[in-house]
Structure formats: structure tokens, C-alpha cells
Design a protein around this ligand. Structure first.
Ligand code: DQA
Length: 149
């Protein structure tokens, strides 16, 4: 069975109570549940992990090689400066879809740069929950086109 890894970076464990005017009122558990429901509908296995630590995210990306067909990654603040996460993405052959709840390009200037964007398949940003759902839909369409689901 094809598997998808959803990786959430630092502070996303606080969703629901963290700056809700920016990130909304859904918790991380809510988001993971919606993703699970959609994955199940199409016969996909989906694992979701969150870490506040750069090294843990790097290790998860490394270990995704062979095990997962896609990674949906919200690297949170690491997006803007973690060369280690960028290098991990570049080192594996698993395609990565970058997601952000908020439209990072419409926010502070330091959020306009993503050091991971050059090594991911593409970015979905600014749609809240639907950034994740949209990324999952893209992964589903690709896997269906390849007859993997
Ligand atoms: C974020 C945007 C980042 O700039 C920020 O550091 C986050 C969340 C988003 O999902 O909108 O923690 O990745």
C-alpha cells in the first residue's frame, strides 16, 4: 500500500491556540484527522509526525526513503533558514510538497524566503487546512496517474 508522510515542524503542536488570527482554530490533531479521512477514502496509508527539533525532522526525511511515496512538509520556521532540512530533502528521492497554513509571501519579509523551495516539487501556502488537503490531493493524483493507488 502506498504511504504518505506528513511532517509538521516547530510550534505546530500549538495550533488552535497559537496566533489563531494567523493560523486558525484547528488543532494539529484536527488537521491530521482530516488528512487521515481523505487518505483512507483512496486506500492510502498516512503517517503524521510533528517535531520541534531540526535533527528529528532531518532524520524523518532521511528515513522516508524507500518507506514513503510522498512527504507533505510544513517545516514552519525552519523553512526560512534550515540548510540541514533542505539538504535532507535533496538527498532523498521521495518527492516533497511544501505547505504553509499562512501565505508566507504576504507576511514579514523574513518569511518570503524558503530555503527548501528549490528542492521540493512545489509549494502550497495560504489556505489553512486546505494547504494540507490540496497537497494531499496533488499527491493522490500523481499516485493515481502512476497506478500506485
Ligand atoms: C508556517 C509559516 C512560517 O513562517 C512559520 O514560522 C510557521 C508556520 C505556516 O504554516 O504558515 O511556524 O509554516
Amino acid at each position: 500500500m502506498a504511504k504518505i508522510l506528513v511532517l509538521h515542524g516547530p510550534n505546530l503542536n500549538l495550533l488552535g491556540k497559537r496566533e489563531p488570527e494567523v493560523y486558525g482554530y484547528l488543532t494539529l490533531a484536527d488537521i491530521n484527522q482530516k488528512l487521515q479521512e481523505r487518505a483512507r477514502q483512496v486506500g492510502l496509508e498516512l503517517d503524521a509526525k510533528q517535531s520541534n527539533e531540526e535533527g528529528t525532522l532531518v532524520t524523518s526525511i532521511q528515513q522516508a526513503e524507500e518507506a514513503y511515496s510522498f512527504i507533505i512538509l510544513n517545516a514552519a520556521a525552519y523553512t526560512h533558514y534550515s540548510i540541514a532540512i533542505r539538504d535532507a530533502i535533496a538527498a532523498v528521492s521521495v518527492p516533497v510538497i511544501e505547505v504553509h497554513l499562512s501565505n508566507v509571501h504576504a507576511r514579514e519579509e523574513f518569511r518570503h524566503q524558503s530555503v527548501i523551495s528549490p528542492v521540493v516539487m512545489g509549494q502550497v501556502a495560504g489556505f489553512g487546512l486546505d494547504s494540507y488537503m490540496g497537497a494531499l490531493e496533488i499527491a493522490i493524483r500523481k499516485l493515481q496517474a502512476e497506478n500506485k493507488i
